[in-house]
Ligand binder design. Structure first.
Ligand code: KG4
Ligand code: ZN
Length: 330
């Protein structure tokens, strides 16, 4: 089964063509990072306009790279939420038009569920049940996945998402947007003597990252001489604090639920410290997609749609609309 998938929930315009939920024939991603970097964050109006400009060339490129034409598609999938309304609308309308013109089933996909399915696009296939840690710019969730389409949210952030914390922490340190990759770059090979507090929120699977961000701000304000060495050490302490909590709480939850493994997903799963620490600390198998499949891409949406169709989900051709605040599992 060949599915064309569209992802425009935030600031990446992506179209992928995925075969049988596991094989990427093409996965074209047009990033808007440079456009938004000058504002220090995503400007929704700019993002949706940019999606309008790039969605057609990106889809043409996806067909070209996959070496197929519209007549060979079996279904169209698109992210319906959560995300920025104006950005989601561009992708959903494009997918609707493509499905209508080719008389194909159209599947609306939850972006967070999509992130998890990036793990089905790699050589080693996940075993179920598994524990999923989704860490992105807008979400930090611990999800128990019992089988395809069956998700139970165990916990989530009570304030900032992990990616949001990276972005805000980077701004405090005078590092560029997006903050996660910038912090990773300056902490490479750094050992730090600085330390920041962790919010453990004991006896829950919830997270909190606003405290460590405030602690970083206070530490920066108290530091008169913020040279490059100090910035690197402060960034490393900040990254350590976030990674420590994510790794420790994921492993605790995985053990408690007797799962077969841990899956990482979302943009922050591209973080090399998180990846290496989780792999080293977990007694259970850990799967992490390659960084390009951790951040937003349509390949993950195509995989998720395949497993949805296989488990008997009806197409959404008639009623599909964007749901910017879509909850997990819907
Ligand atoms: O999943 P994603 O691409 O978009 C959302 O759905 O939010 O995640 C974007 C987030 C940003 O906050 C970015 O700073 C973070 O993922 N991120 C990283 C890294 N790469 C992206 N955070 C830490 N380390 C990275 N290498
Ligand atoms: Zn995402």
């Amino acid at each position: 089964m060949i599915i064309l998938a569209v992802e425009t929930s935030c600031d990446e315009t992506s179209v992928a063509i995925v075969k049988d939920g596991r094989n990427i024939l093409s996965n074209v991603i047009a990033s808007q990072v440079e456009i938004h970097a000058r504002y220090g964050g995503i400007v929704p109006e700019v993002a949706s306009r940019q999606h309008m400009l790039t969605i057609v060339p990106v889809s043409e490129q996806a067909f070209k790279e996959a070496g197929i034409d519209q007549g060979q598609l079996d279904a169209v999938a698109v992210t319906k939420g959560p995300g920025l309304a104006g950005s989601l609308i561009v992708g959903v309308n494009f997918a609707k038009a493509l499905a209508l013109a080719n008389k194909l089933p159209l599947i609306g996909i939850n972006h967070l569920e999509g992130h998890i399915y990036a793990n089905w696009l790699t050589a080693v296939q996940p075993e179920l049940p598994c524990l999923c840690l989704i860490v992105s710019g807008g979400h930090s969730d611990l999800i128990l996945m019992r089988e395809h389409g069956h998700f139970q949210k165990l916990g989530s952030t009570r304030d900032d998402a992990a990616g949001e914390a990276f972005d805000k922490g980077a701004r405090i340190l005078g590092l560029p947007y997006p903050g996660g990759p910038a912090i990773q770059a300056v902490t490479n090979g750094v050992t730090t003597s600085l330390s920041l507090p962790r919010a453990w929120l004991k006896d829950t699977d919830d997270f909190s990252f606003s405290g460590v961000k405030t602690a970083l701000l206070h530490m920066a304000e108290a530091q008169n001489d913020r040279d490059e060495k100090w910035t690197r050490e402060a960034a490393a302490a900040f990254q350590d604090a976030i990674v420590d909590v994510l790794v420790t709480k994921s492993i605790q939850a995985a053990k408690r639920h007797g799962v077969k493994g841990i899956l990482l997903a979302g943009g922050v799963a591209a973080n090399s410290a998180l990846r290496s620490r989780m792999l080293a600390a977990s007694p259970l198998p850990v799967l992490i997609p390659p960084p390009i499949l951790c951040t937003d891409n349509a390949g993950m949406v195509g995989s998720c749609a395949y497993y949805r169709l296989m488990s008997g989900q009806a197409a959404d051709n008639d009623g599909l609309d964007v749901i910017p605040s879509l909850a997990f599992g819907l």
